[in-house]
Design a protein around this ligand. Structure first.
Ligand SMILES: Cc1cc2nc3c(=O)[nH]c(=O)nc-3n(C[C@H](O)[C@H](O)[C@H](O)COP(=O)(O)OP(=O)(O)OC[C@H]3O[C@@H](n4cnc5c(N)ncnc54)[C@H](O)[C@@H]3O)c2cc1C
Ligand SMILES: NC(=O)c1ccc[n+]([C@@H]2O[C@H](COP(=O)([O-])OP(=O)(O)OC[C@H]3O[C@@H](n4cnc5c(N)ncnc54)[C@H](O)[C@@H]3O)[C@@H](O)[C@H]2O)c1
Length: 439
């Protein structure tokens, strides 16, 4: 039987980060991946999406500067996809070369647990590890209505060879809103069907209330309280029928109704690991119900958002814990998050409703007249939550919200005071040079 100190299942942000940290501390490490080396973010998530978003940003800038920059720009979707694909094609090779070059063993398959510490591969090989880390992430939740197989996933969207004339997204989370914005700028008529009234449920309502009318004005057709009953092929198009009897034809349907824990094929019950659709049950040390098995990243039901930097943070915690450098339970800093639409929204730290319960100060800023937003024709706004002279929460709508929010991340996590900001000499005129005005 093959033996390792640590077996890691999944080669995404969590799995690779844990593998390097444990291997460099002298442990023998094996990584198992059953799909594309490098995981979701780099191959079919954040990175390819942001390459496409950045090309759309050029069109968006031209739209914002329409009286100052003359001439009409159009997106060359094929060229954008070729640029994206060049990055994506190189990533799995880079991942595999990196792991193997560091002396980490790699296996391209799903291992199946046969007891608390041993897995079996398809050819019958048995592998035992003192410690296992489950870093298998999440996979798109498939709808169950009639004709659901006609709906694509986020991965299918990121591989569209051409942008269809008419596209429909089912769901109103991060993926649906970001991809709706991309498709709309790429020239498609876009429909977004949300089964209730609330899209982007994890974001500040004031941000969503500002975002939806802007995206609607750009041409996105939001249909709230709309549940799909069936999809039917009709010539080369898809007939969407809703549960209240409405019908319409569209070219492509993408289901973006959330993601569920990727645990299929691992036979976790045999290893005594408890889980549900939200993920693997873990304690404060990210340890599952089997003391030899830990979980990190999206697949761990650790109660924090499923984001790439969070997956890396949890992996780094496990490296410290398993290397004996800490016995503390994991604690998280303020976690920021952005929706990469046009405009973007982003937030971090204490929210408005928490602030109201705790009696914290809530300050709203209309940034349209601030020089650094005026020069960019950016219809920006921010809400800052303050307590005892420090910033504890921030939410922003702006063309640059994803970048702007990071200065608040640092201010919140470092507990920066107004005096400390005043003692910095930042380049001017930049967004960061305005930080002091938010205190
Ligand atoms: C379209 C999209 C856009 C996103 N955009 C952003 C963004 O802008 N910013 C952000 O912070 N986050 C974003 N995310 C979320 C981010 O991708 C995830 O939070 C991150 O990838 C989680 O990393 P992970 O290592 O936990 O899982 P993953 O990266 O999903 O890696 C898990 C790996 O395990 C493999 N695996 C699964 N089951 C098995 C098995 N049985 N055996 C072997 N291998 C297995 C999978 O194939 C995968 O490679 C996005 C996600 C999507 C889908
Ligand atoms: N910018 C980012 O950081 C980013 C971008 C994309 C994805 N992600 C990550 O990926 C995860 C998955 O994204 P997602 O958008 O699929 O999920 P999500 O959980 O963000 O949103 C799912 C949406 O689908 C809706 N929905 C659920 N069932 C439905 C039904 N039957 N009919 C219609 N709508 C339905 C929900 O109400 C919700 O609006 C996110 O939660 C996030 O962790 C992050």
């Amino acid at each position: 039987m093959l033996k390792y100190n640590v077996g890691i299942i999944g080669s995404g942000s969590a799995g690779t980060s844990a593998a390097y940290g444990l291997q460099s501390a002298g442990k023998s490490v094996a990584v198992f991946e059953d799909y594309i080396w490098g995981g979701t973010c780099a191959n079919m998530g954040c990175d390819p999406k942001k390459i496409i978003v950045n090309s759309i940003d050029v069109l968006r800038q031209a739209q914002l500067f329409q009286n100052e920059v003359i001439g009409k720009l159009a997106l060359n979707w094929e060229a954008v996809m070729a640029k994206k694909q060049k990055y994506v094609d190189a990533h799995p090779i880079r991942t595999l070369d990196g792991l193997e070059g560091a002396g980490i063993e790699t296996y391209h398959e799903t291992p199946r647990f046969i007891d608390a510490t041993t897995v079996e591969l398809a050819d019958g090989t048995q592998i035992q590890a003192d410690t296992w880390i489950l870093a298998t992430g999440k996979r798109p939740t498939r709808p169950t209505f009639s004709g659901a197989q006609l709906a694509g996933t986020s991965e299918d969207f990121l591989n569209l060879p051409q942008m269809p004339s008419d596209i429909t997204f089912i769901g109103g989370g991060y993926i649906a809103v970001e991809f709706a914005s991309i498709a709309q700028f790429a020239g498609a008529q876009v429909h977004l069907l949300q089964h209730n009234q609330q899209i982007l449920r994890n974001f500040e309502p004031w941000l969503v209330d500002k975002l939806v009318p802007r995206l609607t004005a750009q041409g996105i057709d939001f249909q709230f309280d709309t549940e799909v009953a069936s999809l039917t092929k009709q010539d080369n198009r898809i007939l969407v029928t809703t549960t209240d009897g409405r019908t319409f034809l569209t070219d492509t349907v993408i289901a973006a109704m959330g993601r569920h824990a990727a645990v299929e094929g691992l036979d976790l019950p045999t290893a005594g690991v408890e889980f549900d659709a939200k993920g693997i049950k873990v304690n404060g040390h990210l340890q599952s119900t089997n003391p030899h098995i830990f979980a990190a990243g999206d697949v761990a039901a650790s109660g924090v958002p499923n984001l790439t930097p969070v997956a890396g943070y949890e992996a780094r915690y496990l490296v410290s814990y398993l290397n004996g450098l800490t016995t503390d339970e994991i604690s998280y800093p303020a976690i920021s998050s952005a929706v990469y639409g046009h405009p973007r929204i982003a937030q971090v730290g204490v929210t408005t409703s928490e602030a109201q319960k705790r009696g914290y100060q809530v300050s709203d800023y209309d940034l349209r007249s601030w020089f650094n937003y005026m020069r960019l024709n950016d219809q920006a706004a921010a809400r800052i939550i303050k307590h005892e002279g420090k910033i504890v929460g921030a939410s922003v709508i702006s063309e640059q919200a994803d970048e702007i929010i990071n200065m608040f991340v640092t201010a919140i996590n470092d507990g920066t005071t107004a005096e400390q900001v005043a003692n910095q000499i930042m380049t001017y005129p930049t967004m960061e040079s305005d930080l002091g005005y938010f205190y």
